[in-house]
Design a protein around this ligand. Structure first.
Ligand code: FES
Length: 199
C-alpha cells in the first residue's frame, strides 16, 4: 500500500458538501449504500484512484465498512486502489478479444511503454492493465483508455493510439466497421451450428 498517499488527505467532500448532498438526495435514507457508486466515481475521477483513506470516508458516509467498499470496487475495472497513469490503458483479455488478438496487442503495448500488467510508467503518464470483458465483444479487440473505448484495435491502430497519447492527445474514436489494415487482429466469429434440431 502506498502509505505516503494515505495520511495527509483532507476529507474528499470537505469542500464539496453541496455535491455530496445532491448525490445522497437521489436515494432514500435507508438506501444510502446505493450512493456508493456515484461517490466512488467522484473520487476516482478527481484523484485517479481511491485510497484506503477515501474508502473509509465513503464507508462512513453510506454506513458500511471499508472492506465492503473495496469489495464493490473489485467488481469494476473503473476503480483503482493505486494511482494510475494520466492515460490508463486497459486491454480486454476475455474470450472474444483474446480470439481477436488481444494478447498480442497487450504485448505490443507492454513493449512500447516498457511496463508490465498493473504498472505505471516512471513519468506517471501511462499505466497498463489487462481487464475482463468491457462489454463490447462484437467489436473485439477492445482497448479502453480512461473512459474511452477503442474498438477493433489492430497493431496499426494501436501504434496510432500510442503515438497520439504520447503527444498528450486522446485520438478521435474510429467508428467505421472492418478491421485494421496494418495489424493482424481479425475477429473470427465463432461458428455455431444454426440448423441443428433435435427430436
Ligand atoms: S470479450 Fe472483450 S469486450 Fe467482451
Amino acid at each position: 500500500m502506498n502509505e505516503t498517499h494515505t495520511h495527509t488527505q483532507t476529507p474528499f467532500f470537505a469542500d464539496k458538501q453541496e455535491k455530496l448532498a445532491e448525490i445522497l438526495s437521489r436515494y432514500p435514507a435507508d438506501g444510502r449504500r446505493s450512493a456508493l457508486m456515484p461517490l466512488l466515481w467522484e473520487v476516482q475521477r478527481e484523484e485517479r484512484y481511491v485510497s484506503e483513506e477515501r474508502m473509509r470516508e465513503l464507508a462512513e458516509i453510506v454506513g458500511t465498512t471499508a472492506t465492503e467498499v473495496k469489495g464493490v470496487m473489485s467488481f469494476y475495472s473503473t476503480y483503482h486502489d493505486q494511482p494510475v497513469g494520466t492515460f490508463h490503458i486497459q486491454v480486454c483479455s476475455t474470450l472474444s478479444c483474446a480470439l481477436a488478438g488481444s494478447d498480442e496487442l497487450f504485448d505490443f503495448l507492454s513493449n512500447e511503454l516498457g511496463i508490465v500488467n498493473g504498472e505505471t510508467t516512471a513519468d506517471g503518464r501511462f499505466s497498463l492493465q489487462k481487464v475482463e470483458c468491457v462489454g463490447s465483444c462484437g467489436t473485439a479487440p477492445v482497448v479502453q483508455v480512461n473512459d474511452t473505448y477503442f474498438e477493433r484495435v489492430g497493431r496499426g491502430r494501436c501504434q496510432h493510439l500510442v503515438d497520439a497519447l504520447r503527444q498528450g492527445e486522446m485520438p478521435p474514436v474510429w467508428r467505421e466497421r472492418g478491421g485494421d489494415t496494418v495489424g493482424a487482429a481479425k475477429a473470427e466469429p465463432l461458428q455455431k451450428p444454426t440448423d441443428v434440431r433435435e427430436g
